[in-house]
Ligand binder design. Sequence first.
Ligand code: NAD
Ligand code: UGA
Length: 463
Amino acid sequence: MTNILCIGAGYVGGSTMPIIAKHCPEDRVVIVDINEERIAAWESDRLPIYEPGLDEIVRQTRGRNLFFSTDINRHIAEADIIFVSVNTPTKTFGQGAGKAADLQYWEKTARQILENSTSSKIVVEKSTLPVRTAEAMERILNSNGHGFHFDVLSNPEFLAEGTAVRDMQNPDRVLIGGRETESGQKAVEKLVQIYAQWVPRERIITANLWSSELSKLVANAFLAQRISSINAISALCEKTEADITEVANAVGRDERIGRYFLRASVGFGGSCFKKDILNLVYLCEHYGLHEVARYWEQVVTMNEYQEARFAANMVTSMFNTVAGKRIALFGVAFKANTDDTRESPALQVCRALLEERANIVITDPHAMENARYDLGDLANRVTFEIDPYAAAKNAHAIAILTEWPHYTQLDFERIYHSMVKPAFIFDGRNLLNHKQLYEIGFNVYPIGKPPLTHLGKYNSKHN
Ligand code: NAD
Ligand code: UGA
């Protein structure tokens, strides 16, 4: 039996470890966190995160070989392998503020592992970290005078929220980086054996520590770059009557390009893309690679432009003013099937419209609590309404900001009749049937496609 510990019971720790517990019934998996409320929620019927399919796996494994605890020190002492999945947000102070990763939680964990260990251990970086963090980790851990040895591995996580269970059960690849020493390779093999319980061996890639750490940042940068690329072209489509869905399809059919991650949108959100690209930018600057830094920084700049452009387009289309107008935001999660609102483009649009003095109503099936928290004081100026029909009632406009599938099933005829005329829909996800909405009477503004409006001279050529 291997004693596996995970420090950090957030989205990553909380969705990966139950799956390890499920597939490794002989091993004991404990997840610890400093946040008592979070741990209590993991132990309850209402998990602290909304992730489809996760409840079922937690129910199967909890109390069998999966345990949650706040007693971090005791579990460190007992562990053979320690995964560290604490948060590594963008630094908000001092050197590198706004770009570099804030490694304070990470370093605190390393010191805590050192203080509480009574035997040699494998320590696995699960959090996303700047390249060469493992070197600092090794220095801290192996500065003990007790003769224990710590092998540090990098095992970045590639799951996406909303599909975490599927991604972890059936990953494209598992990446494990380790030192090329005998002990390092033994540690790599030990971790390979855990994943090999359910992941085909050819999908488990081993690499050197630095390649593994860097690959995580690069994978996120490449994914985000595709979205910024298609979003940049969506702006050009809106000027030229080209249709972004047709362009993405034509371009993506080339196998060298590929069809995934070419959905134009109001922008990418989530806790990682922006943070990881800025981290990459900071690293490039640190190594004097200024042109490389500028290249990647543009991915984030383009995303900010897309969010701002969407909000500005709403104002312009609604006769240059939204002051005092009720606007319903459909969806506030950064993507569908999650309650996560971190860096959600919906919040950016919300802030921009509040700035224009609109009356904002937010509706979302799972993410309103987090949205309220993220908006801080601004939440007092927003109405939260779980029922989309009630949110749209007496509104001048609806903005679709999260691609929740059930929005396609709503009775838009009913919604149209309850709204102020002319009624507008701004579809930031190209989710709905635009022609149908137009026929009902809406003025429809998709992303990267000609608007469908009844506003005569404003857009007569598209009617
Ligand atoms: P999170 O904020 O949801 O969870 C982190 C948890 O760590 C929190 O519950 C926090 O209380 C806990 N923590 C912080 N310091 C601690 C300490 N000293 N001891 C014990 N617990 C501590 O973050 P997350 O979304 O799970 O992300 C964690 C890491 O994984 C980040 O580096 C992130 O970039 C990376 N990552 C995230 C995702 C994702 O989809 N969210 C995917 C891949 C990688
Ligand atoms: C992303 C990566 O997909 C994961 O591989 C990675 O592990 C994770 O970041 C991480 O490191 O945190 P996630 O942010 O959960 O996962 O979700 P994505 O599906 O990548 O979506 C990110 C954002 O891009 C969302 O706002 C989504 O709506 C948007 N998006 C995605 C688009 O606008 N267009 C697309 O074609 C795809």
